[in-house]
Design a protein around this ligand. Sequence first.
Ligand code: FAD
Length: 587
Amino acid sequence: MSTEPVDYETVDERVLVVGAGAAGARTAIELVDRGVDPEDVLVIGKRSHGDAHTTWARGGINGALGTLDPEDDWTIHAADTLNEGGHINDPGKVETVTRRMPGLLRELDEWGMDFSRTDDGDIAQRYFGAQSFRRTAFAGDYTGEALLDTLVEQAQARSIPYRENVIVSRLVADGGRVLGAVGTDLDTGEFVVFDADVVVLAAGGYTGLYGRHSSRDDENTGDGPALAYQAGAALADMEFVQFHPTGMVGDRYGDDWDGRLVTEAVRGEGGRLFNSEGERFMEHYSPDQMELDARDVVARAIAQEIDEGRGTENGGVYLDISHRDRGFIRERLPRMYERFADLGVDMAEEPVEVSPTAHYGMGGVVVDDDGETDVDGLYAVGETMAGVHGANRLGGNSLAETIAYGAVAGEAIAERLPDRGGDSDVLHDRSRVHLRDLQALSDADGDEAPEALLDELRALLWERTGILRDDDGLAAGLERLERLRSRAADLAVGDRTSRSYEFALDLGFGLRVADAVLRGARERTESRGAHYRTDHPDVDPEWQRNVHYRRDSVGTPRLTTTPVEEPSEPVQAALDAEHELDYHQLE
Ligand SMILES: Cc1cc2nc3c(=O)[nH]c(=O)nc-3n(C[C@H](O)[C@H](O)[C@H](O)COP(=O)(O)OP(=O)(O)OC[C@H]3O[C@@H](n4cnc5c(N)ncnc54)[C@H](O)[C@@H]3O)c2cc1C
């Protein structure tokens, strides 16, 4: 490898926010509202401004406003979240999110977010799966877009600087504290070293690493967890991957649409599932909660119907909302209606075909109650962090987490910022080592195409850590991962503005995250929430623990487990009250 000096740009700021989705934007807004000078903050994203995965969120954002069901309150929201999460969520974080959300939704309303309204003008709320009351606030079925538009506008009003199209490939830490980050400008190919006292990872999730997934293809590649792991922080719950029951079926709508989400709002607004024999099969799996039972329950039910030969000829089941008026469907589900109309399907007249798709990684970076990792000055928020969702996530809770933890982390960082500061010389020495690796990567002319290896990795995760898992499959998956890893040492990569360069970096993140998912899934010898082991099909009370995955002193990943804490008294009381949605009252 060359020892020539590598050119790079240095950018100084006190707080670097890596990620410009809802979580990153909300963090930056809070920092400035708590007195941090906007010039001391920089938000970066690997896409253009306002374009983050958040824009794809559809059905809604949770908060116990009680506009339609006044009996609802934050403790019941917390209880529903813990029940859905198989009681391995961090109860403190669940409480933080659920307690803060009503106020934060009102704030978004004041900021002009385009919420759908009740007849008397309040924020409307709809049912989402496994929630006892209507608490999902929404903007039609484009909630993420409306949310991010609002936050970007607020960030711009505060003059918060933003830099687009930069990919961070390494965090630099020394002596247990973060010093900054190293990135590449994807427009110019220039290297950039960010000198920062605090780094916030708001870089999204990891389900884009699955063969069939609902994410944008070049997003959710596990960058956040992989960067944090490499910097010395712990990951948790990586084995818990949510398979959304209703992804579009490629054989019916074309490969480009395979796995794309049909929002849960279709079921929330009354959509019913049928098999090819015309049976409303959820009656057999969940006679009370029916289509609105937890996502893992509905996803496994659909998978079983298909496996047992009662699926459609295209490999799905039917989702039907045609019993609702056309006007209602167009108002409540405008994007879905239009999408299917473009594909020649009239949702007001006929069902659509769906099957499960990888949708959300519940695992992520371990943080404390303020969103800080145990690497000093390194924070993680939004989908990158672990703890809120446990073994399974309630629909509408991840947008809630982005907003709530953005606010929490922003507040904590602003309070501690005056005492922070790092060593720039160490930052630059370490950065140069990584930059030489990046230089070598972009010059690599081996035999393997990064994109093809990424596809193989996606196939591996889908096959070995999909809806059903077992020890043999997981062990075989780990072996296959090792072979992929050695092939990834022989890449052919284009220049630093090429797609192949970005794919090569994504592959590095993905190999790390895949290892954490496979090992976590193998370690957890029980079934809970979204993690279903056919060789251990029951919940094991001994496993009310979180699996942590962390680099040891010689750079090898190590797994440990930690017990879960008890919920607070008010939340325990809500759990004891056993609230539950009775689906049939909706019909
Ligand atoms: C189809 C779909 C529908 C959904 N619908 C809902 C819903 O209705 N309700 C709900 O609550 N949740 C929903 N979710 C989940 C929700 O959208 C996400 O969890 C949430 O938007 C994540 O926001 P975030 O800010 O944490 O990350 P993201 O919005 O994913 O933003 C990540 C940011 O990090 C940047 N980034 C990533 N890696 C790097 C890197 N290496 N260097 C620099 N920048 C980087 C990206 O460019 C981006 O700016 C849905 C998810 C999908 C896939």
